[in-house]
Design a protein around this ligand. Structure first.
Ligand SMILES: NC(=O)c1ccc[n+]([C@@H]2O[C@H](COP(=O)([O-])OP(=O)(O)OC[C@H]3O[C@@H](n4cnc5c(N)ncnc54)[C@H](OP(=O)(O)O)[C@@H]3O)[C@@H](O)[C@H]2O)c1
Ligand SMILES: N[C@@H](CCO)C(=O)O
Length: 433
C-alpha cells in the first residue's frame, strides 16, 4: 500500500519536503511507500526550485483536504487562515495532519487537538519548534520519565542569525534581516521573528509539552530584539556576556499547591559566555532542558531553513505511517498531545532576575551617586557598573548590571531614575540569565 500525502504549500519548507521524497535513497525505508499525491499553492505560475508534475499541483487547497484518497495532509503554508480551517477540515475528514505552523498551534492547538482526539487522527508538529532539532519528540517521549523543572532556549533562527552577525561583524540590523529573509529563515512577516512573537508561539508549545498543561499564549511575557544596538553588544562583551533572544520557562515550586506556578517569558537576554547557550550562533537553535532525574540535556541544531525544517516534517510523516502500518486502527497516545488544564503563569512583575541597563546622563558630578541612591531606595543592588565619558553633547554613558532583584523593584527604580534631572535617557534595559 502507498500512503498518500497532500502537501499544502510549496515554499521554503514544502520544497524541502518534496526534495526529500524525490531522493529517498539512503533515508528511511518507509519513504518509498509514501507519495506526494497532491500539492496546493497560491500561484500556479510561479517558478519553483523543485520539479513537480504540474498535474498534481492545484490552487484549490480545499480539494486536497476533501480528497478521500489523501491519508496525511501536510500544512506548510503558514499564517492563521486559511491554514487553521484547512487543518480542521482535514481532521474532520479523518486525515492525519503534519504541520510546521506554530502560530496556528499556539493559538488554536486546543481546538485542533480536541478535534483530532474525537476523530482519532494524529496532529504532528515537530517542525513547529526549533526547525530541525527533534525537541518535540524528546519532550513527548524520550524524556517522559522526567519531571521537567526548566526549559530555556534559543528558539528563533532569524534573530539568532541577526544577533550573531551583529556580535561578530558589527553587522547592520536591517541588512542582516534582509539576508535572513533571502535565506528562507524569516516568517512571511518578519515582525513575528524580530518582535519575539514566533519565539513566544514556540515557547507555548514547548512549555505545554514540558510541563503537561495547556498554556495561554497571552500569558507569556514577550519582548523582541529591536532595541539592541551595537553599543549594547559591545558593553555585554566587555562585561563577559553575549546577547540572545531567549525563551525561558520554569516551574516555580511552593509548599501550598495553590501557589505552584510557571514562569514563561521571551526577551533578549545577557548570557554569561560560559553558559551552554552562549556559543550557539547563526541560524542554530538550542534548547536546554533540566529534569529529574536526568539533570541537564542540551539539544542544538539548525533552527530554520528549507532542509532542516523539511527533515522534521518528513520525520513526522514517517512516524504517522509507521504507526498506521503497525496499529492501523489504534491511536497511540505518545504520538498525540492533548492536555486538560491550563497552567498558572506568573506575571512578569513577580519574576526575580538580574538586569542590564544602559543610561545616558548629563556629564555632571554626582550622577553615579544619584543613580546609586535611586537603585538603593528600591532595594536594587548593583553587580557591575561601567562609565564612559566619551559621549558627545555633554552626555556620559553608564551601564549597570544588577544583582538578582524582583522585576517590580527594578522597574520602580527605573521609574525613579527617569525623573532624575541628571538623566538624559535610558536607551536599553535587558534581563540577564
Ligand atoms: N522557513 C522556515 O525556516 C520555517 C521553519 C519552521 C517552520 N516554518 C513554518 O512553515 C510554514 C511555511 O513556511 P515557509 O517558509 O515555507 O513559507 P513560504 O516560503 O512563504 O511558503 C508558503 C507556501 O504556501 C503557499 N501559500 C501561502 N498562502 C497560501 C494560500 N492562501 N493559498 C494557497 N497557498 C498558499 C505559497 O504558495 P506560492 O508558492 O504559490 O506563493 C507557498 O508555496 C510556516 O508556518 C512557517 O512558520 C518555517
Ligand atoms: N522564522 C522562524 C522559522 C523557524 O521556525 C525562525 O527564524 O526561527
Amino acid at each position: 500500500m502507498t500512503y498518500k500525502v497532500g502537501l499544502l504549500g510549496l515554499g521554503t519548507v514544502g520544497t524541502g519536503v518534496a526534495k526529500i521524497f524525490q531522493a529517498p535513497a539512503g533515508r528511511h525505508p518507509l519513504l518509498p511507500e509514501i507519495e506526494i499525491a497532491l500539492v496546493g499553492v497560491r500561484s500556479l505560475n510561479k517558478q519553483r526550485d523543485v520539479a513537480i508534475n504540474a498535474e498534481i499541483v492545484t490552487d484549490d487547497l480545499e480539494s486536497i483536504v476533501n480528497d478521500p484518497a489523501i491519508d496525511i495532509v501536510v500544512e506548510v503554508i503558514g499564517g492563521i487562515e486559511p491554514a487553521k480551517s484547512l487543518i480542521l477540515k482535514a481532521i474532520a475528514n479523518g486525515k492525519h495532519v503534519v504541520t510546521a505552523n506554530k502560530a496556528v498551534i499556539a493559538r488554536y492547538g486546543n481546538e485542533i487537538f480536541t478535534a483530532a482526539k474525537q476523530k482519532g487522527v494524529y496532529v504532528m508538529l515537530e517542525a513547529a519548534a526549533c526547525g530541525g532539532i527533534p525537541v518535540i519528540q524528546v519532550l513527548k517521549q524520550s524524556l517522559g520519565g522526567n519531571r521537567i523543572s526548566e526549559l530555556t532556549g534559543i528558539v528563533n533562527g532569524t534573530t539568532n542569525y541577526i544577533l550573531s552577525r551583529m556580535y561578530f561583524e558589527g553587522a547592520d540590523f536591517g541588512a542582516t534581516l534582509a539576508e535572513a529573509q533571502k535565506l528562507g529563515y524569516a516568517e512571511a512577516d518578519p515582525t513575528a521573528d524580530v518582535d519575539g512573537f514566533d519565539a513566544a508561539d514556540k515557547m507555548t508549545i514547548l512549555a505545554s509539552l514540558a510541563f503537561g498543561d495547556r498554556i495561554k499564549l497571552e500569558d507569556i511575557y514577550r519582548e523582541g530584539i529591536r532595541s539592541i544596538t551595537s553599543a549594547d553588544i559591545n558593553y555585554a562583551k566587555e562585561l563577559g556576556f553575549t546577547i540572545k533572544l531567549l525563551g525561558i520557562a520554569r516551574r516555580v515550586e511552593a509548599k501550598d499547591a495553590q501557589d505552584r506556578h510557571l514562569e514563561i517569558r521571551v526577551h533578549p537576554t545577557l548570557i554569561p559566555i560560559q553558559h551552554p547557550l552562549a556559543n550557539i550562533h547563526g541560524v542554530t537553535n538550542a534548547v536546554r532542558i533540566e529534569g529529574d532525574p536526568i539533570g541537564e540535556v542540551v539539544l542544538s541544531g539548525p533552527g530554520a531553513g528549507s532542509g532542516a525544517t523539511a527533515s522534521a516534517v518528513v520525520a513526522d510523516i514517517i512516524n504517522v505511517v509507521a504507526v498506521l502500518k503497525s496499529l492501523p486502527n489504534q491511536i497511540n497516545q505518545l504520538m498525540g498531545c492533548s492536555h486538560e488544564h491550563y497552567a498558572k503563569i506568573a506575571p512578569i512583575e513577580n519574576t526575580v532576575t538580574q538586569f542590564y541597563a544602559r543610561l545616558l546622563t548629563h556629564d555632571k558630578p554626582g550622577v553615579i551617586g544619584d543613580l546609586g541612591t535611586a537603585f538603593g531606595k528600591h532595594s536594587v543592588s548593583l553587580n557591575a557598573i561601567l562609565q564612559k565619558n566619551t559621549i558627545h553633547d555633554g552626555l556620559a554613558e553608564i551601564v549597570v548590571v544588577t544583582q538578582k532583584v524582583s522585576e517590580l523593584n527594578f522597574q520602580q527604580a527605573i521609574a525613579t531614575i527617569r525623573d532624575l534631572p541628571t538623566l538624559h535617557s535610558i536607551p536599553t534595559v535587558l534581563r540577564v540569565i
